[in-house]
Design a protein around this ligand. Structure first.
Ligand code: NAD
Ligand code: IPM
Ligand code: MN
Length: 350
């Protein structure tokens, strides 16, 4: 059985996952690794961004680590063939509905954020993004010509009580092991799905999690509060689209989008999907200067959540912190190291 399926993907994906391979080789030499084409790379090679074989291999592995997908080369591909559609198909196919996106400000990087040091120093904030529902998957969706001229585009946001409840449960459980606070972000003031979201979270809280502090926050205000005073948050649970946007904003608190890992989890006993939250970064792809830490920290999350090696995850986390303490910095963090040198810096601490 494959322990870890690597899907390097496109752009900087292969550059950052190559560093994961080196780190895994050192910290878990017995781990069985497999690698498959994914995203645009798979479209070019196999005619589909997510082949049936790759989905089957993902479901059969203990954990899957994806680099990044997409890029200008495939921007005109039909929707279903786009690299991003492959990623959505993978998430849905694996059933990984709860996406944990931790925004942690490593102490040595407190000055690297565009926000003031005192606002981000010590930050440890977890966004739980619903990942397999909402407007990303709702039907109908189309662009059509209108009789009187012009066209219209339609997307549909749908959430069921079961989808909301299972992701909220993940957030409450996580909060119990942290600072015991959940902030639930939606737009119940304008959206029916937002209203249902608020009702379901409120009911679940009253029924099973009354010991956890719960606040409801409108998603636009949440965006503002994340940059105004991020340390007020412990766990934030939100839908697929708001979670996508709010986590990019939260990433910048840690110094760079290149720092934020993620873990996407489904039913107990099923494999997790681990991915840096950044994209294929076409502006720096091929230059060898991408920050590999988000990918390396995604492997750290895989050790913790799927591979049952929390001890090694702690070691890897500490190694990343020590490398940063010693001044390891790629350009996004204000330094001049290459991707490989950043990998070297982490390896030297293991
Ligand atoms: P992006 O995340 O690729 O890049 C945004 C900015 O952040 C760029 O300036 C980039 O250079 C920088 N950046 C990102 N990762 C970095 C890293 N590890 N080190 C240093 N700098 C980094 O977002 P985009 O430019 O909006 O999207 C580019 C492509 O990636 C699109 O096709 C998009 O659909 C795709 N995308 C994929 C994923 C994913 O695979 N999970 C996530 C987001 C975007
Ligand atoms: C992310 C990305 C993806 C998303 C895209 C590439 C489908 O932005 O993982 O944050 O929107 O979920
Ligand atoms: Mn995103």
């Amino acid at each position: 059985m494959t322990d870890l399926l690597l899907l390097p993907g496109d752009g900087i994906g292969p550059e950052v996952t190559a560093q994961v391979r080196r780190v895994a080789g050192k910290i878990t030499p017995d781990l069985t690794l497999e690698e498959r084409p994914f995203g645009g790379t798979s479209l070019d090679l196999l005619g589909a961004p997510l082949s049936d074989e790759t989905l089957a291999a993902a479901k059969a592995a203990k954990a899957v680590l994806m680099g990044a997908v997409g890029g200008p080369k495939w921007k005109d591909a039909p929707r279903a063939k786009r690299p991003e559609a492959g990623l959505l198909g993978l998430r849905a196919g694996m059933g990984v509905f709860a996406n944990l996106r931790p925004a942690i400000c490593f102490q040595p990087l407190a000055n690297a954020s565009s926000l003031k040091r005192e606002l981000v120093e010590g930050l440890d904030f977890m966004i739980v993004r619903e990942l397999t529902g909402g407007v990303y998957f709702g039907q109908p969706r189309f662009i059509e010509d209108m009789p009187g001229g012009g066209r219209r585009g339609v997307d549909t946001q749908v959430y069921t009580t079961a989808e909301i409840e299972r992701v909220a449960r993940v957030a409450f459980e996580l909060a119990r092991g942290r600072r015991n606070k959940v902030s639930s972000a939606e737009k119940s003031n304008v959206m029916e799905t937002g209203l249902l979201w608020r009702q379901v979270v409120t009911d679940l809280h009253a029924r099973e999690y009354a010991d956890v502090e719960l606040e409801h926050i409108l998603a636009d205000n949440a965006a503002m509060q994340i940059v105004k005073n991020p340390k007020q948050f412990d766990v934030m649970v939100t839908d697929n689209l708001f979670g996508d946007i709010l986590s990019d904003a939260a990433a910048q608190l840690t110094g760079s989008l290149g720092m934020l890992p993620s873990a996407a989890l489904g039913a107990p006993g099923t494999p997790g999907l681990y991915e840096p939250i950044h994209g294929s970064a076409p502006d720096i792809a091929g230059k060898g200067i991408a920050n590999p830490l988000a990918a390396i920290l995604s492997f750290e999350m895989a050790l913790r959540w799927s591979l049952d090696r929390a001890d090694l995850a702690d070691e890897l986390f500490a190694a990343v912190n020590r490398a940063l303490e010693k001044g390891a910095r790629t350009p996004d963090l204000g330094g001049a190291m290459t991707t490989v040198q950043m990998g070297d810096a982490v390896l030297a601490e293991l």
